[in-house]
Design a protein around this ligand. Structure first.
Ligand code: MN
Length: 704
C-alpha cells in the first residue's frame, strides 16, 4: 500500500518543494474529509485518492492535477462544497475537482457503438480542462485495479463502461499504456473464463517460445552493434484483449496469432530509425506490403513508428517496430507525455495551453509529413469541441453547437417539434427556452397543439435549422394569414365548449377585447397565431370572464386532471397544495405552463394585476393520482406522540413525505406533516382519524 511519504519522495524528483507541500496538504484534507469511510476492501477510503495521485505522479503530472486527484471524491462523497475547496486550494483545483465529480455522475448505459462514440465526445466536451479527463482516467484505472472486491453485476457494469468509454478516450489521447491496462482489466472482469484461458495459453506459449525469442533478439542486436548502432531491443507480447479481439475478428486460432514474433527497437534519432530499418531488411527478408511508415505519416493520436514484418529462419514471421525514445514515450503516454517533458517549473499557463500544444505538435508532425489534415481534425474536435452533447429523454445523444438552446434542440429533433414547442425541461427542471444548454444535460421539449414559433426565439436560436424555420414561418405569415389562422385556432378551442366565434355576442367580445387592451378582434387573433396567446386558455377566459356561451365542456375529452388543459404543461403550486375537490384557479406562466393554485391562495392575489394570465379551472370528475398536502397538528407534549400519529397515518395506507416538530409552549407542540392524498374527501377522513387520537388538540390543513 502506498503512503503519502513514499509519494512525496517520488514528487521531489520533478516538483519543487512548495508544490509537493500543496499536494501533501490536499492529502491531509482528503484524509480528514473521508475520515471513517472505508473502501469495500476494508482499507481507509483515503488510500484510493492517494493511489490515484500516485498514478498521475507516475506520469509526472503537475501539482494541481495531483491535488485534484487527492480531492476528487470529496465533493461527491463527503458533502464538502466546491467553494470550500476553492478557498483552501484555489479556484483551479476546485474547478478540476468539480469537473471530475460531474463526469463521475454521468450514467453510461450499455450503448450501441455510435452512441458510445458520442459519449466519449461528451465526456471530453464536458471537461473544460483536459486534466479533468486525466484525473478521471487515473481514478478509473485504480478502480479497475481493485475491481475484484466488488460484487459481480456492478463490476460488470464498470468493466463494460471502461471498455466502451474510457479505453477509447485513452486511445484518443494517445495514452496507450492506460488503454491496454483498461482493456485487459475490463476483459478479465467481463469474461473471466476466456481471459483465464488465454492467459494460461499465453504463459504456456511463452515457455515454448523463450528460446527462439532470445535467439532472434540476439541476432538483431549483434547485427545492429556491428553496424555501430546503440539500440535497445525488446521482445513484445500482445496483451490479452488484443489477442482475444484478433481471434474473434480475424477468426484466427490462438496458435496462429502466437505464431508471430514481435520486437521493438528503440533508437536515439529519427535518422537512425531508417538506418536500422535498412540493416534489419538485409538481415531477414521483408514481407512485401507490410512496411508502414508512421514516422512520416503519424496516426491520428500522434503515434509514430516504423513497422515492418520479416520472414525469419524456418519461415517464422517477425514483426518489428522501430522508433525513438520520444516516440516511445508518446506512444505509451500520449498527451500525458507532454507534462513529463514540459514540467520544468515554469508552469505554462493552463493545461488547455498544454493540450493545444499537443494538438499543435500533431499538426506540425502532419504538415511535415505533407499529408491531408483531416485526421488531425478529428483529434482537435475531440479535445476542443465547438459542440455540446445533450440527451433526449429516451437517452439518445444530440450534437448541437456551443451556445445552443432548447429551441435549437427542438428543431434538431423535428421541425414540427420546434414549431410547436412551448417550454422545456432541462434535467427534469423547467427552464426557460432561452437557457444555453450544457453537455450532459437531458432536455425534454413540451409542445402544445396550435403553438407557433415566436419571433423572440430569434434572440437565442443559434442553429441554421432553427433560424431558417422560424424565419420561414414568420415571413410567410402575413397579417391576413395570421388572422385566419388565429380564427381557426380559437374557433377550434371554443368548439370543445360547444360554441364558436360566430355564436359569441358582439358586446361580450367587445368587453373582452377592451379588458385585454385589444383594439379589434383581428389583433387578438394575430396574437394567438403568433403563439403569444394560447387558444385554449383564451377560449376559457372568454367564457369565464364575460359569460359568453355555456361552460359545460363537450363530452369525450380524454382523462386529464384538469378540464380544458389538454396538451398543456400543468404544475401544482407549492404554496397552497391544491387537492382534487378544492376550488382552483390557474396562472399562466410562460415557463411553467399552467400553475394550479387554490382559489383563495394569497399568492394568487398578488398575481391579479396580470389578470389576463389568470384562468378559471375545474378538476376533472375522474381525476386520479396522489397530491401533496401539509397538515399542522397541535398535540400535548407527551412522549411517543409522533410515533402514535405516524402509525395512525400509515395504518390508513398513506405515506408521510416529511415530518417535523416545533414547540409551541411548555404544554403543546406542533407536528408538521407532508403527505400524499387522493383528494379532499380522502384528506378529511385522515384529519378526522387524527383528531380522534388522545392528546391531539387541533388538526389543520396548512394554507399559506
Ligand atoms: Mn474515485
Amino acid at each position: 500500500m502506498q503512503t503519502i511519504d513514499a509519494l512525496t519522495s517520488t514528487l521531489s524528483s520533478y516538483l519543487d518543494p512548495e508544490q509537493s507541500n500543496h499536494v501533501k496538504r490536499a492529502y491531509f484534507f482528503a484524509e480528514q474529509a473521508h475520515f471513517g469511510q472505508l473502501r469495500r476492501s476494508g482499507e481507509p477510503y483515503v488510500t484510493h485518492p492517494l493511489a490515484v495521485a500516485g498514478i498521475l505522479a507516475h506520469m509526472h503530472m503537475d501539482h494541481q492535477s495531483l491535488m485534484a486527484a487527492m480531492l476528487h471524491d470529496v465533493i461527491e462523497d463527503t458533502g464538502i462544497e466546491k467553494s470550500a475547496i476553492g478557498t483552501q486550494f484555489g479556484p483551479t483545483v476546485a474547478e478540476l475537482v468539480d469537473g471530475v465529480s460531474k463526469l463521475t455522475q454521468m450514467e453510461f448505459e450499455s450503448l450501441e457503438e455510435k452512441q458510445a462514440e458520442n459519449f466519449q465526445k461528451m465526456a471530453l466536451a464536458m471537461a473544460q480542462d483536459i486534466r479533468v479527463i486525466l484525473v478521471k482516467l487515473a481514478d478509473r484505472l485504480h478502480n479497475m485495479r481493485t475491481l475484484g472486491v466488488l460484487q459481480t453485476s456492478k463490476a460488470r457494469r464498470i468493466a463494460r463502461e471502461t471498455l466502451d468509454i474510457y479505453a477509447p478516450i485513452a486511445m484518443r489521447l494517445g495514452m496507450n499504456n492506460v488503454r491496454m491496462e483498461f482493456e485487459d482489466l475490463g476483459f478479465s472482469a467481463l469474461y473471466p473464463m476466456r481471459a483465464r484461458r488465454i492467459d494460461a495459453a499465453l504463459r504456456n506459449a511463452r515457455g515454448h517460445r523463450k528460446e527462439l525469442v532470445e535467439k532472434i533478439r540476439h541476432q538483431i542486436e549483434t547485427t545492429l552493434e556491428q553496424e555501430g548502432h546503440e539500440v535497445v531491443v525488446r521482445g513484445r507480447e500482445k496483451h490479452l484483449y488484443s489477442i482475444y479481439k484478433k481471434m474473434k475478428s480475424k477468426r484466427k486460432s490462438f496458435s496462429e496469432i502466437m505464431d508471430i514474433y514481435a520486437f521493438r527497437i528503440i533508437v536515439d534519432s529519427v535518422d537512425t530509425c531508417y538506418r536500422v530499418l535498412g540493416c534489419i531488411h538485409s538481415l531477414y527478408k521483408p514481407v512485401p506490403g507490410e512496411f508502414k511508415d508512421y514516422i512520416a505519416i503519424p496516426k491520428a493520436n500522434g503515434y509514430q513508428s516504423l513497422h515492418t514484418v520479416l520472414m525469419g529462419m524456418h519461415g517464422v514471421p517477425i514483426e518489428i517496430q522501430i522508433r525513438t525514445r520520444d516516440m516511445e514515450e508518446m506512444a505509451n503516454n500520449g498527451i500525458a507525455a507532454h507534462w513529463l517533458y514540459k514540467s520544468d517549473g515554469q508552469s505554462a499557463n493552463g493545461s488547455h495551453a498544454r493540450a493545444r500544444q499537443w494538438v499543435q505538435g500533431l499538426l506540425e508532425m502532419q504538415q511535415r509529413a505533407g499529408n491531408s489534415l483531416e485526421f488531425i481534425e478529428s483529434v482537435k474536435i475531440d479535445l476542443f469541441p465547438d459542440e455540446i452533447y445533450v440527451f433526449t429523454p429516451k437517452g439518445r445523444i444530440m450534437e448541437l453547437p456551443r451556445g445552443a438552446t432548447a429551441v435549437d434542440f427542438a428543431y434538431a429533433v423535428h421541425t414540427d417539434v420546434g414549431n410547436s414547442c412551448v417550454a422545456c425541461r432541462i434535467n427534469r427542471r423547467l427552464a426557460p427556452l432561452s437557457e444555453p444548454l450544457q453537455s450532459g444535460q437531458t432536455v425534454e421539449i413540451l409542445t402544445a397543439p396550435g403553438a407557433r414559433p415566436n419571433p423572440s426565439w430569434f434572440n437565442y436560436a443559434v442553429t441554421a435549422k432553427a433560424r431558417t424555420n422560424i424565419r420561414h414561418y414568420l415571413k410567410h405569415q402575413t397579417r391576413e394569414d395570421s388572422v385566419s389562422l388565429g380564427r381557426r385556432l380559437l374557433d377550434k378551442a371554443l368548439a370543445s365548449f360547444d360554441t364558436g366565434l360566430e355564436q359569441l355576442q358582439e358586446e361580450q367580445l367587445g368587453e373582452f377585447l377592451t379588458r385585454h387592451h385589444y383594439e379589434q378582434l383581428d389583433d387578438l387573433l394575430e396574437e394567438i397565431a403568433r403563439g403569444n396567446r394560447l387558444p385554449a386558455i383564451t377560449a376559457q377566459q372568454l367564457l369565464e370572464e364575460v359569460g359568453a356561451g355555456q361552460m359545460a365542456p363537450a363530452d369525450g375529452a380524454q382523462p386529464v386532471a384538469i378540464r380544458g388543459t389538454e396538451g398543456f404543461m400543468l404544475s401544482y403550486a407549492k404554496c397552497c397544495h391544491p387537492l382534487p375537490g378544492d376550488p382552483i384557479e390557474g396562472y399562466l406562466s410562460s415557463e411553467k405552463g399552467v400553475v394550479v393554485h387554490r382559489e383563495r391562495c394569497r399568492n394568487l392575489g398578488d398575481m391579479r394585476e396580470h389578470s389576463e394570465r389568470l384562468v378559471a379551472l375545474r378538476w376533472d370528475d375522474e381525476v386520479e393520482g396522489e397530491y401533496p398536502v401539509e397538515l399542522r397538528i397541535e398535540v400535548e407534549n407527551r412522549r411517543g406522540m409522533i410515533a402514535i400519529i405516524a402509525t395512525r397515518i400509515n395504518s390508513m395506507g398513506v405515506n408521510i413525505e416529511k415530518i417535523s416538530t416545533d414547540d409551541k409552549d411548555y404544554q403543546f407542540t406542533y407536528v408538521d406533516l407532508e403527505m400524499m392524498v387522493h383528494n379532499r374527501v380522502h384528506l378529511a377522513r385522515i384529519m378526522k382519524r387524527l383528531r380522534n387520537i388522545n392528546y391531539v388538540r387541533k388538526v389543520t390543513r396548512v394554507k399559506n
